[in-house]
Ligand binder design. Structure first.
Ligand code: SF4
Length: 273
């Protein structure tokens, strides 16, 4: 008589013990770097004693400046302004709006603003409440609306609706100081009027010991003395990108930094020297 085949009972799968990552992998997971990198970090730890950092014998030595500029150019060969714009007027308005917010945030607001009010005249004559509504997401929208409409008005009344090409004229526009003027003159007209000093350029210039100042105007003066004029425009773009992607404010990713060998910042999170 055929007997019913019963499936042989498989032994119950043993539960896997909680995964314990090797130290290098654990570090990699925490710091968001590859395991290979993390192993390298582990091998080189402890990092240089903090007391040794924050000091470079000759921070402004021409060969050091050249090394910084070369590394930046190599790392960011085609970097451009991240604000979306199609002409000098749009770039001026977008840069005014970028105060205290991100370029990504500005880029979300400006397409509709420029579609509705594509010229200085149209923006100058627009109902302020509507302008405020369109730029509300960029923050400080009342003051910004006042500035961009004021700038548009000055463009119409003083500059024949054209963005002027000198820094002295640019800073006559409401809401436009040296930083905005340098962005527009450099990125749109290709005029190296100065060095754009935003929050990233300021932080990185200090970390790289290119300045000791913390006032943007003074930082710009210091940078203009040590960076060759023909590098002013790209240097700003490169430093801004580096500050966003690698040399971030709270936890710089020094292990991934192309400037690491020339940097002795006290803020370093890892050091090879
Ligand atoms: S090594 Fe670190 S602190 Fe120095 S520039 Fe690079 S990311 Fe910034």
């Amino acid at each position: 008589m055929a007997t019913k085949r019963t499936a042989a009972k498989r032994p119950a799968k043993a539960l896997k013990p909680p995964q314990v990552l090797a130290p290098a992998k654990r570090k990699a997971a925490i710091e968001g770097v590859s395991a290979t990198r993390a192993r390298a970090i582990a091998a080189k730890e402890p990092v240089a004693p903090k007391a040794k950092r924050g000091k470079t014998a000759k921070p402004l030595a021409p060969e050091r400046i050249k090394a910084i500029l070369d590394a930046l150019r190599k790392t960011y060969p085609n970097v451009v302004c991240a604000l979306i714009h199609h002409n000098a007027f749009e770039l001026t308005i977008a840069t005014i709006l970028s105060a205290q917010t991100t370029d990504v945030g500005v880029n979300k607001a400006t397409p509709e603003l420029f579609r509705m009010y594509p010229t200085p005249k149209a923006l100058a004559e627009a109902p302020t409440a509507e302008v405020e509504q369109l730029i509300k997401t960029t923050g400080f929208y009342r003051a910004k609306a006042r500035n961009i409409q004021g700038a548009a008005r000055v463009l119409v009344e003083k500059f024949n609706s054209k963005v002027p090409e000198t820094i002295e004229e640019m800073i006559q526009l409401p809401g436009v100081a040296r930083k905005t003027a340098n962005v527009v003159l450099g990125s749109w007209f290709g005029i190296p009027s100065g060095v754009v000093v935003d929050t990233h350029v300021l932080r990185l210039s200090r970390r790289l010991e290119l300045t000791k100042a913390d006032d943007p105007v003074k930082v710009e003066q210091d940078l203009m003395k040590v960076i060759p004029r023909d590098r002013w425009i790209q240097f700003s773009h490169e430093l801004i990108h580096h500050g966003r992607q690698v040399c971030i404010a709270r936890k710089p990713r020094c292990v991934d930094c192309s400037l690491e060998t020339v940097c002795n910042s006290a803020d370093k999170t890892w050091s090879s020297h």
